[in-house]
Ligand binder design. Sequence first.
Ligand code: ADP
Ligand code: GLC
Length: 498
Amino acid sequence: MSLSFSKIKVLHVASEMHPIVKKGGLGDVIGSLPKAQRELGVDSRVLLPLYPNVSNNIKEKLKKISRKLYIPLEWRVFPASLWRTDIQGVPVYLLDIEDVPFPAEIYPNLLNMDLIKPFFLLSLAAIEFEKASRWRPQILHLHDWPTSSVAIALKWHMYYSSLSGLYDTVLTIHNLAHQGIMQETDLISWGIPKEVHNIEGLEYYGMTNLLKGGIIASDAVTTVSPRYSWEIQTKEYGMGLDGVLKQYSNKLRGILNGIDYSYWNPKTDPFIPAHYDVEDIAPKRKCREELLSRCGWSEDGSPILIYVGRLAEQKGIDLILLSIEPIVGHGCKMIILGEGSEIYERTLKKASLQFPTNLFVKIGYDEELAHLMYAGGDMLIMPSYFEPCGLAQLIAMRYGTVPICRATGGLADTVIDADTACDGTGFLFSSYSSEAFLHAIGRALGAWNSTKLWNQIVQNCMRADFSWSRSSREYVNLYLELLGVPEHEDNVKPNFNA
Ligand code: ADP
Ligand code: GLC
């Protein structure tokens, strides 16, 4: 059998998609991977929740599909509507369930059945989807715990398991730290028989674990970098699921994320004051000036270190806090943009008052400032304790801002240490300690002092290719494997007319 890419139908079922809703890198991935797959000729579409706080901009573009979905749960049937829009050529459907609103705060700290219920309904809606959309996917591509119940339902649900032959499922783990664990164990009213609540099923230390169930039930499991795919099979990074991941390692693979090179492009970025590319980097200086003035500072020639990201333990914020005094003492400037844990927010704000001429902290989510920082900064710090892939370092490289990262997960897979290779793109350190972090920063500052060497590293960063072109192909190859189609050159050619 031969199948051209244009005949593969994939529905990505996810909780975020830029620019509709974005909390972190998952939003970027869903905002760019389906688009890249469509460029290969795959018919990729997206199913998302319709959150109550979706912006008016987006609301204005939604069209309601006249046919409804009817989703059975808890001995009743929930009517639901699908709203459709197109984002950069990708058909996107938003699910609106009568009487069950999606939470405005997508990921609350403590989960219970009430908070998980809308996502469970979303998962069942993905299986019902064709009844309203009149388009049946072959592959249901799930992302993280909020949608892993699609695979759970197709394997174990009292009714939906009878439909498992219609679909292949791929579950992508973007972050193993979030597993959708809840106390309630009785899912009979959700259609999942009691027997599934055992060690070979959803049971996890007496609780219910949706990601675990998704890993067991999916046809294929991927994670977002090759290195993270083996790290999560170890005790240190396995977050209690290393045993399950090892058991199912034959269906697990790491596929590196990419970023959308048309959105993250210093040549055309509408958020930055001057445009540049690898052929002419000089205008980056203007972005730097604008960034300095945004912080209330003037040019003094010192290196600018930036951090853009969630303020969570995962990101190594403890190391950043310990490094502020020595970095600032060295005359560097630091700019930090992020939100998250309250204690980190408070401590960082306090530190910025202590060092007003060298440390600027903005708490919150600010897309425009993030772009300006990537363009105007000199170095990006990312000392993560673990990092499934990381997009900030890829964006920074694209903007000629040199990453200094802990060698873990996707950071190790994407950054080449400039002291060990002539095509180096950054500085890596291994041990999770402030000494190791500061040592890497020291090496970066050494390179910064040699204009020729620094320019070479910046060039290397900007020439590196982390667009989706290679990785989106890897996903397509996986789909072909699942569909039982041999990988063949013919399959590789996009076929838009078939
Ligand atoms: P994660 O998904 O773990 O949060 P990634 O590095 O994969 O980390 O992706 C983070 C994405 O979110 C990047 O696009 C980054 O620029 C963006 N981002 C994170 N925090 C903020 C913020 N406070 N303001 C603007 N953009 C942010
Ligand atoms: C997660 C991870 C991050 C990854 C992103 C997109 O939030 O923390 O490393 O880049 O998902 O896959």
